[in-house]
Write a protein that binds this ligand. Structure first.
Ligand code: MRU
Length: 354
């Protein structure tokens, strides 16, 4: 079994259910959930059953389609009112990944642009098409990021990644792991991938290491606090990470711990690349200070992975799920349109990211 063959998030053939791979169970169990209720889709996003910025966007697009697909309403005004109410509800699932609101806003633009020319039934079909398009585009975008990232690799490279920005985080291929999938297609068998385990939810251990190992890549799992010695020992040639939101100046949010990896990479003189679909670039915010960092329950730190508590009862816990890396620490941002090098605001404009 190769994780690349697993669908992360798809619409069922009957077009009445969202089928998601429950990532909270990986790597131990491969179980698909069939969800149709908006509450269950929001819960799946909140609980990280479907996770990773692009996959969240795809799930939200199908989620809003399914939220209105079963309505018996024929009046367009009332249909639109329900759409907006459900959209706000889905959008509240997680704050940091911009792809959630990006996908929902894109679906709403279809509603606004075509509500005067379509019947309610036609609108439902149109919304389904748009969600399908978001998913299909995500596959093409991830592949393109993979090609650009691959162009930076040399035979034998050691690649460090943090969290999971692989096929499981997108509709297919991933962003930070896509260059490795492309390298495999080219017959490269000498890359070495190091996965930070990524506490507290272990996306690196449970998901990235699983993806890379099942793809047949030389994979080494390290605890988050081992990145420094691994770099110092000369095992890392390049860092690839994903992101949840990039500001206009290039500051970006990604899984908690990413900024520490960037600081280490700068210290050891290792190139540090961010892999970002243009949908993750939020030009409406000038810098990372404007990114809302999701705070998650203390139990993820104190209880999550053992039946017994892993910390003294009642201890104060901080659990920010993301951090912001300063743009000055980034070598380049790999998008589907090309690689942006500093200064990033000008590079984005040159790549047509507006
Ligand atoms: O909390 P998660 O697992 O959704 O966090 C995911 C990440 O931080 C990824 O690196 C990011 O969303 C990019 S996925 C291509």
């Amino acid at each position: 079994m190769n994780a690349l063959s697993l669908d992360t998030v798809v619409l069922a053939e009957n077009k009445q259910e969202l089928v998601i791979l429950d990532q909270t169970l990986l790597p131990g169990e491969i179980r698909y959930l069939h969800l149709s209720r908006t509450e269950d889709i929001r819960e799946a996003i909140y609980s990280l059953r479907v996770r990773g910025a692009p996959a969240i966007g795809v799930a939200a697009a199908y989620g809003i389609y399914l939220a209105v697909a079963g309505l018996e309403e024929t009046d367009m005004d009332r249909f639109c009112a329900v759409f907006r109410e459900k959209k706000a509800y889905l959008n509240s699932a997680r704050p940091t990944a911009v792809n959630l609101s990006w996908a929902l806003n894109r679906m709403e633009r279809v509603l606004d642009a075509e509500r005067d020319t379509l019947s309610v039934e036609e609108m439902k079909r149109r919304l389904c098409q748009e969600a399908d398009a978001i998913r299909a585009e995500d596959i093409a975008i991830s592949r393109s990021i993979g090609e650009y990232g691959f162009s930076l690799l040399r035979h034998g490279d050691g690649i460090l990644t943090h969290c999971n920005a692989g096929t499981l985080a997108t509709a297919k291929y991933g962003t930070a792991l896509a260059p490795i999938y492309i390298a495999l297609e080219h017959g490269w068998d000498d890359l070495r991938v190091f996965c930070d385990e990524t506490r507290p939810l272990l996306q690196g251990a449970r998901l990235s290491a699983f993806e890379m190992q099942t793809a047949g890549v030389d994979t080494t799992l390290i605890c988050d606090n081992m990145a420094s010695i691994t770099m110092k020992r000369g095992k890392i040639n390049i860092v690839f990470v994903g992101c949840d939101r990039v500001a206009a100046n290039g500051d970006f949010a990604n899984k908690i711990g990413t900024s520490g990896v960037a600081i280490l990479a700068r210290y050891y003189g290792i190139p540090f690349y961010v892999c970002a679909p243009s949908s993750t670039i939020d030009l409406s915010i000038p810098s990372g200070e404007h990114i809302v960092i999701e705070e998650r329950p203390a139990e993820e730190v104190t209880h999550m992975w053992y039946a017994k508590p892993m910390a003294p009862e009642g201890v104060k816990v901080d659990n920010p799920a993301f951090d912001v890396t300063d743009h000055s620490l980034i070598t380049g941002i790999i998008t589907e349109k090309g690689i942006a090098y500093p200064p990033f605001d000008r590079a984005f404009a040159r790549l047509g990211i507006v």
